[in-house]
Design a protein around this ligand. Structure first.
Ligand code: DQA
Length: 159
């Protein structure tokens, strides 16, 4: 089971940018913790960060047939990107949206997520721990999908 972790614009600046809001942990450190969790739970994980909307759309499209689930922090594109929302709808993979800060406690323009309605769930305001929660949640969702597939009766259609 493979999880694609997609990080939007300016998240490469974690540990430097607005530490009072986003904390002092670097993106690489968050990813190392997620990788350790994935290894312990026999999950494969792949990380991608881009500051460009089109590159994020391309990455989501590439997940089709390659990944089983997506964890995404679309960062500022959360509030603006119909293109990222449409890409997620197109690939039809279980998706969790993560935000380090609580977007509902911040400026009004951050209160709307165009992405949340096409995700299975949203984790917001838990800092870097939110990514761990997303890994746990995604692991659980993927297990449920796997069990459902295994439970389906095997068709015996002669060739
Ligand atoms: C963010 C919240 C967004 O509003 C903001 O533009 C970000 C980070 C978060 O993780 O809290 O860049 O997605």
């Amino acid at each position: 089971m493979k999880i694609a972790v997609i990080q939007g614009p300016n998240l490469n600046m974690l540990g430097i940018r607005e530490k009072n809001i986003y904390g002092s942990m670097k993106l690489e450190d968050i990813h190392s913790q997620m990788k350790a969790f994935a290894e312990q739970n026999k999950l494969e994980v792949e990380f991608f960060q881009s500051n460009l909307e089109g590159e994020i759309v391309d990455k989501i499209q590439e997940c089709m047939g390659d990944a089983d689930g997506i964890i995404i922090n679309p960062a500022a594109y959360t509030h603006t990107s119909i293109a990222i929302r449409d890409a997620l709808t197109a690939v039809q993979l279980p998706t969790l949206e993560v935000h380090l800060s609580n977007i509902y406690q911040r400026e009004e323009f951050r209160h709307t997520s165009l992405i949340a309605p096409v995700c299975a769930g949203q984790i917001t305001g838990m800092g870097p721990f939110g990514y761990h929660l997303a890994m746990v949640g995604m692991g659980q969702m993927l297990n449920e999908v796997k069990m459902m597939k295994e439970r389906q009766p095997k068709t015996n259609i002669p060739s």
